[in-house]
Design a protein around this ligand. Structure first.
Ligand code: ZN
Length: 689
């Protein structure tokens, strides 16, 4: 039996866990591992908090605490959420543990000694006031693509462009606010391009058929484009992380993406100090469960690191999921657009398995998918309550009513009985195969089909009527229903572990085992059952309406917070504090052709927050003007309004629209825009002198 190591992405320790995390990788990994354990495979399940990297240092600065305090707070929260939802890690470690620092440093040193890195001196921004090099996220400036003044050194969140710090206009250090200077610094790079032939063989030839198409496709486009396969720096200038274990590397740490996946190895060492290598070397099977944002690191970069080292196996599979959205919108921590696990547990106590069920049933296995509260309610009421719960409850209650809670005697199996037992057998096989192919929705549907079959069996035989005429036949029907229930307690365990345990207790059967044969002998006649309890209960419309209202309130709050923020920023610039411009001449003034015009049409420019496209009647022509007033005016409210237009401004293209002229605006004390219009009506085309 080959040892199997299953990892789930190390969550970043800067926030609590939400349903997107669970659906993306933790529940799929847990279902897989629980199944492997039921099959008595030699499996270990590894995870931990990723506690290094720049965002944690930024959060610490923002909150005025140390990075260690940030990660201590979130590590505890995340660990508890995973436990609450039955994610059955064998270990949940942390990358700030000493054993991880040692393991990652050793690993780096081995690669260094083998000559796997290239040393490169590059120019990097340095904050002279703070006396430190600036990570990309520590630099802010104006986006060269869209003009957003708050773009980061690696990305503009307004237009989505990925940037390098040197592209920013007016770069500023987020540490001191000063202008950073370029300074030389040395780093160690992994020349990924050297691994191209190996990667192509490993992934494109080796895993064409067994990797999920979304994963394989992303790898293929990376390898084919070649862009991704440049040398990547494996070190950073930062004071938070694993120090680079080389002389002359003071103030440098391992790149968080180098050290984090090695965290899987460290955690295995921590779990099994004397036996960890069995799960990482020789014939071990390594399987990484992740979300789609981590595909490149787990399929390309980490395998290159493992391959460069030489002693380790590389991943057999990386069954990444796509993203789960919430009520049609992307889940966002900063906008608080999420269902947080600790809040869910407060509001739906004891209903962990309901969420697990809903998240597996809507898992974003091959494309992004949407979680909605209505769907959650329907899954609970129409499937868990009406099918699974109803079947189990009827079976147990009737057995208590007619046979004092003892498994009744059964006669010879007839054709129908044998068909059902065959169906159970093939269901078990199909569900197992689906799980092994990482098709968990399919596997879950297979489980629910068994419950459906049980329900139909009871409805067909109506033991509540049969008991009046035929006790022997009733006994046989309930016996079969109990067999199906016992079977369900086994196959539901990977998906609904708490429910499986509850059902196991009700049936009073020992620990489930996937390998046992289901030939209708799980429930021996005379065996005493425990009292029946409801496995699930209905969720009312009102509760769901409350959840939807809560999200709506979140959205309204986020909008008003962002308005308040921008108003605050604007009010910092008091209009009266803007000095007068230099003296101009009358001749220069007369060069400006300022006219009165009327807005005929107005519409928002797609994909922008601030721009309106206006059609203006100038008296001489009708023309298009793009104006940055959408934050303050709705298109419909300004149609027909008279405005003042700088008509001979050089035309320019804004978002692909040619804008001819500019509307003149003033600001009120809160920074809200006001039209500068004639008092009374002037004919269109009147000049302003
Ligand atoms: Zn931009």
């Amino acid at each position: 039996m080959r040892p199997v190591l299953v990892t789930a992405a190390l969550p970043y320790a800067n926030g609590p866990v939400h349903i997107g995390h669970l659906a993306g990788c933790y529940i799929p990994a847990d279902v897989f591992v629980r199944y492997m354990r039921l099959k008595k495979e030699d499996v270990k399940f590894i995870c931990g908090s990723d506690e290094h990297g720049v965002p944690i240092t930024l959060k610490a600065k923002a909150e005025g605490i140390s990075p260690q305090q940030v990660v201590d707070k979130y590590h505890g929260m995340m660990k508890k959420s995973f436990e609450d939802f039955g994610i059955s890690f064998d270990i949940y470690s942390r990358t700030t543990h000493k054993i991880h620092h040692e393991t990652a440093a050793e690993f780096f040193k081995t690669l260094y000694d083998k000559g796997k890195f290239t040393e490169q001196v590059t120019q990097q921004y340095y904050d002279e006031e703070a006396a430190q090099f600036l990570a990309d996220r520590y630099i802010e400036g104006t986006c060269p693509k869209c003009g957003n003044e708050r773009a980061y050194g690696d990305q503009c969140e307004n237009c989505g462009s990925s940037l390098s710090p040197s592209e920013l206009i007016n770069p500023k250090s987020k540490l001191s606010g000063s202008k950073p200077v370029l300074k030389e610094t040395k780093h160690w790079f992994l020349p990924l391009n050297d691994y191209s032939p190996w990667l192509r063989k490993y992934i494109l030839e080796g895993h064409k058929n067994d990797w999920k198409s979304n994963v394989y496709g992303q790898c293929k486009s990376w390898l084919d484009s070649g862009d991704g396969l440049q040398a990547r720096a494996m070190t950073r200038d930062l004071d938070w992380g694993v120090p680079v274990p080389l002389k002359g590397a003071d103030g440098k740490v391992l790149y968080v993406w180098f050290d984090a996946p090695i965290g899987y190895i460290s955690a295995t060492r921590e779990l099994l100090p004397n036996d960890w290598e069995r799960y990482w070397k020789n014939d071990a099977r390594l399987i990484h469960f992740i979300g789609k944002d981590n595909i490149v690191f787990h399929c390309i970069i980490f395998p290159c690191i493992l391959h460069a080292h030489g002693d380790y196996v590389v991943p057999e599979n990386v069954p990444a999921n796509e993203f789960l959205n919430l009520e049609g919108d992307k889940i966002s921590t900063s906008r608080n657009w999420a269902v947080w696990l600790h809040e869910y547990l407060d509001e739906f106590p004891g209903k962990q398995d309901v969420l697990r069920y809903a998240l597996i049933a809507t898992a974003p296995e091959t494309k992004d998918n949407d979680f909605t509260w209505k769907d959650f309610q329907a899954r609970n009421n129409n499937e868990l309550v009406a099918i699974l719960g109803n079947f189990i409850n009827r079976t147990l209650v009737l057995t208590w009513n007619y046979f004092e809670g003892k498994v009744p005697q059964t006669g010879e199996h007839n054709k129908e009985d044998r068909d059902i037992l065959d169906f159970l057998d093939s269901s078990k096989k199909n569900i197992g195969e689906s799980i092994e192919k990482y098709r968990l929705r399919e596997a879950l549907a297979g489980m629910m089909d068994v419950a459906r079959t049980g329900n139909k069996y009871l409805a067909d035989h109506e033991p509540w009527k049969l008991i009046k005429t035929d006790t022997v036949k009733t006994a046989s029907v309930l016996h079969m229903a109990l067999e199906i229930s016992a079977f369900l307690s086994v196959i539901m365990e990977p998906f609904l572990p708490r429910t499986a345990e509850k059902l196991g207790t009700m049936l009073d059967i020992s620990k489930p085992d996937w390998n046992s044969s289901f030939t209708g002998q799980l429930m021996l006649p005379g065996h005493q059952l425990n009292k029946a309890e409801l496995l699930f209960d209905k969720i009312d419309d009102e509760i769901i309406a409350n959840q939807i209202a809560k999200l709506a309130a979140t959205k309204a709050e986020a909008v008003s917070a962002s308005n308040a923020k921008s108003e605050k920023e604007i009010s910092l610039i008091k209009q009266s504090e803007i000095p007068f411009k230099d003296i101009t001449t009358f001749d220069d003034f007369t060069k400006m052709d300022i006219r009165v015009g009327t807005i005929l049409e107005a519409e928002r420019v797609p994909k922008t927050d601030k721009l309106l496209k206006l059609v203006i009647d100038t008296g001489l022509d009708t023309r298009t003007v793009v104006s940055g007033i959408a934050a303050d005016f709705n298109p419909e409210e300004i149609i027909g309004k008279q405005v003042t237009l700088l008509a001979n401004l050089e035309p320019r293209k804004i978002k692909g629209i040619e804008s001819k002229g500019m509307i003149l605006m003033a600001e009120d004390k809160d920074g809200k825009l006001l039209f500068v219009s004639p008092q009374g009506t002037a004919p269109n085309g009147s000049t302003v002198r």
